[in-house]
Design a protein around this ligand. Sequence first.
Ligand code: NAD
Ligand code: TYD
Length: 342
Amino acid sequence: MRMLVTGGAGFIGANFVFYMLREYQDISIICVDKLTYAGNLSTLESVMDDNRFEFVKMDICDREGIYGLFEEKKPDVVVNFAAETHVDRSITDPDVFLRTNIMGTCVLMDACREYGNIRFHQISTDEVYGDLPLDRPDLMFTEETPIHTSSPYSSSKASADLLVLAYYRTYNLPVTISRCSNNYGPYQFPEKLIPLMIANATADRPLPVYGQGLNVRDWLYVDDHCAAVDLIIRDGMIGEVYNIGGHNEMRNIDIVKLILKKLGKSEDLITYVTDRKGHDLRYAIDPEKIHKELGWLPSVRFEDGIEKTIDWYIDNREWWEKIINGEYKEYYRKMYGSVENK
Ligand code: NAD
Ligand code: TYD
């Protein structure tokens, strides 16, 4: 199988590349990534010499480049992880989210149509459903939950989802969509909650918690997401959406306290900061469909996954220290400047 994976130098895309190369001998992966601030070639170091893997630096919005690549590589399947992904950045600069997340998806699907009605899988998010109230634990997102977005990020992802379903209906493009809950694990960019808190706690810097830290996210270890995507690509029903989540809801403040405890640091480092605009209260996925239809179940318990993740960040300081000492420094100063020196 020749698989084209976009966004493979980012967090989940890279973990997916590793997962597929581990699982399948007879696979060849072409990884396309623009290497934005969130893409990191050093993440892919361990597979660069694998003759089943090839890296191409390219913007998914570059129609000519993408068509040329499809013509040359003739992929059998395309998995689109490439996206602008950070909600806070989408609030200050929505433009690039619309460009990459919507137009990029359009270009990839047009190329799929042009070069043989190629199988296309879109990596989406549970954020397209908006949020759930904190006082109704019985409510969860199913695939039937209406799209109801809050941030420019989730709106751009939802727009792409609508376009993907339209390409199925209008052109009969063989598509599937997966909507996963929050992922955690190795190689996540340190602007996201878990790696940010690990990095700050390690350096005895303040841990910026938005609002009162009561917002709830449903956390899934990244390999479990990769396994689900693999299953959908192989056995999923064309034209269908699959939710992915592990019934692991946690309040932000509890995650932060757990990280501090594991690292042996004081809770005095917790600093409550101004809440995110439009901050979604709670996400919770009902994964019944993928379980019933494809037999998927998560395999990593949160207690084990978070332990593994913290250990990974401790053992791989060089990977994230390079990031936090680079251009990310300026973003951090703008975003959290007032909590720099507690
Ligand atoms: P990430 O920000 O770590 O990585 C995104 C990658 O896409 C980077 O390598 C970046 O360089 C690349 N990219 C960005 N714009 C590009 C462009 N125009 N052309 C080519 N490459 C481009 O993101 P992630 O957390 O790995 O998320 C991957 C996908 O999974 C996204 O589509 C995201 O919406 C979805 N998702 C993420 C989560 C999560 O918890 N992280 C949960 C559900 C869904
Ligand atoms: P994040 O990792 O940005 O993922 P998402 O917003 O896509 O769920 O944030 C996870 C939660 O953590 C979210 O409720 C916002 C909160 N948060 C903080 O409290 N402080 C921070 O510095 C960050 C980045 C996030």
